[in-house]
Structure formats: C-alpha cells, structure tokens
Write a new protein. Structure first.
Length: 349
C-alpha cells in the first residue's frame, strides 16, 4: 500500500533527467535517491488519494504511458496504458480525479486512472506545461518558463498568472503543495535547490540545496482527513460491497447506511465531490438525515447526530447491531405504513 511510504512534508519527484525516483524532505531539503525506474522520459509524479504514486514515461512519444511507481524501488509497479498524447504533467484532486496537460497540444485533460483514457476539458493556451499542483483549497496551478499559472478546471483556461522570482538558475519544472498550503519547487538543473514559492506573489526562497540532477514533476501526499468514501447520496451500492461489512442501498426515501469508518459526502450533478475550503462536505445531521449505522468511535465528534443504540427502521434491533453483526438492513423502513417495506414498495411515500 502506498500509504506506508508517503508522509506529509516529503516531496516525491523524478530526477536523473527522467530516469530515477527520489524524495526531498521539505523541512531542510535533504534528498534520498529511491532508485532507477527502468524507463525514460519519466517527468511526472502525482499521488492518488489512497497513496499510490502515478507518473508517465515516454512522455514525448505522442502516447505517454500512464504508470504507477513502486515507492520502494523507484521502478514501475504497473503500466495502465497510453494517454494518446505527449504529457509530462499530472495531478490528482481531493476527490480522486486525475488531471493532466498535454505537452504539445496544451489541452487540459481529465484522466481515467483505470484505463488511461484522457478526456479533453479545454485548451490552456500554454505550451510545454511542466507540472501541475492542486492547492489545499482546490485551485489548480501549472508552471513553465518560471511562470505560475492558475487554471480553470471547468474550461482549461488560465484564470491568473504571475512570474516566479528568485530562481537562481534554470527553470522551475516541479511544484507541489503541502497540507498547509506551502508551495515547494525544484528547477531543472544539476544540484537544484529546493525552493518555497509564495503563490500570492510568486517570490521564491531557497530552503536548501539538493544533490539531484534535473529534478522534474513532484508531489506531496496529504490526506483530506476523511475515510474512504463508501456510499453517498448519488450511489446505490449492493450488499457486500463495503470495506468492513455489507453496504445496503438507500431506501427510496433517502436514508443511507454507512459502514464502519465511512461518511456520506456531497456530490454535484456531474458526480464530482463538492469541496468547501478544499475539504469534502460531510452530509449529516439536519441537512440530510442519515441512517448512521456504524461510525468509528474517534469520528463521533464529527457526526453529533449519530446514536449507536438507535433503531432507525423500528424493527427492535439497533442500527449498530444490524450494520456490524447482523445481515439485515438497518435503514429498511415502511414510510407510508402500508406494511410493505420501502425497498419493494411501488409507492413508498
């Protein structure tokens, strides 16, 4: 699991002119070479929300290969497939959606991590994009030519741009935000320093020297602070699909069963996670009453409406028991009182 190898504050990137994987401690710029990748033109690095580290190789080939990196050896753990364009800039947002910008075609893409299908969003107007980075507030930045761009993820267009000042040598080709919103960068030169850039002004300062030759791309893993999404208001999972137990579909009246450690998160009409200040919206309490059947104890302060002894469907069994130990649906109910449960009632209201 990639989570074993990642740590907030550690920047992962390629170096050796796109042939090796390495890490830099953003507190003091100490670097460690992980190992050879066994491929060339590997200039991207982007963490998925589960800690897997993605990148591309053969980046200039016209069909860059999307891959998962082995964080223990630096090699290629899996090749997903060709992206159908030259691409060396990747990033994944807090909802798990992968993004990339074509090197020659300048197009912003949404990328399916399962099959490498790249769907065009729109032109950025920026050629030779070197790297992408999402800020904690969800803003997407790109860079090339020592300029920092802010991209519109809805259209691909540039919303804002500013020069990066204070780079001692070369051009910034790797950028990454940490969980506190600090933006770190490297330049494509021998022994590039690690820089910290103020995204408000573009001013860069040196954190410290590194020993890496031609570092490129880069990402810092940080958790959005919530467990994996198992069910939400737009899904109807079948029994047995849960991580820690069965997950039942919502009844037609709207309550949800969450298995242990799960939240219901709000999505928009297109199925994307709704973010406020960069954080997913937890749908709970009076805004959308849920059948909260089983929630990890250390998360209860986030869900004050949860009651482990509650019997939401009125069948004399507690919802917690039905969710964690039984095989019945803790949210099954008969809203209209006609003796027919909502899941099979043609007119449940």
């Amino acid at each position: 699991d990639g989570l074993e190898a990642v740590d907030d504050g550690i920047m992962w990137l390629t170096h050796g002119d796109g042939t090796r994987l390495g890490i830099i401690d953003t507190s003091d710029a100490t670097d460690v070479d992980i190992g050879a990748q066994g491929v060339s033109q590997s200039w991207a690095a982007a963490f998925d929300t589960n800690g897997d580290l993605y990148g591309t190789y053969n980046g200039f080939s016209g069909n860059a290969q999307l891959a998962i990196f082995d964080q223990g050896t630096g090699g290629i753990a899996a090749t997903i497939g060709g992206l159908g364009t030259s691409l060396i800039a990747l990033e994944v947002d807090a909802g798990g959606q992968m993004w990339g910008v074509g090197y020659f075609d300048s197009v912003l893409y949404q990328i399916d991590k399962s099959n490498a299908l790249a769907t065009p969003v729109g032109p950025t107007g920026i050629t030779s994009t070197m790297d992408l980075a999402f800020a904690p507030d969800g803003t997407l930045y790109s860079t090339v030519g020592n300029v920092l761009y802010e991209l519109d993820t809805g259209t691909g267009a540039v919303n804002d741009s500013m020069p990066i000042n204070g780079i001692l040598d070369g051009s910034v080709m790797g950028i990454a935000f940490d969980t506190n919103g600090r933006l770190f960068a490297t330049a494509y030169v021998s022994d590039s320093p690690l820089y910290e850039i103020d995204p408000g002004t573009g001013n860069a300062g040196v954190v410290g020297p590194t020993t890496f030759f031609a570092p490129h791309g880069g990402d810092i893993y940080f958790d959005v602070g919530l467990p994996d999404l198992n069910v939400d208001s737009n899904t109807r999972p079948s029994p047995g699909k849960g991580h820690e137990g069965p997950v039942f579909a919502p009844t037609s009246c709207g309550p949800l069963y969450l298995n242990e450690g799960a939240f219901a998160l709000e999505k928009d009409e297109e199925g994307n996670l709704v973010l406020v200040d960069g954080e997913p919206v937890v749908v709970a309490g009076p805004t959308a009453p849920l059948c909260l059947a089983a929630v990890r104890q250390d998360l209860l302060d986030l869900l004050p409406e949860y009651d482990s002894d509650a019997d939401h469907d009125g069948d004399t069994l507690s919802s917690h028991f039905e969710a964690c130990e039984g095989v019945t649906d803790p949210c099954l109910a008969d809203t209209d009182g006609d003796g027919v449960h909502d899941d099979v009632d043609a007119c449940p209201l």
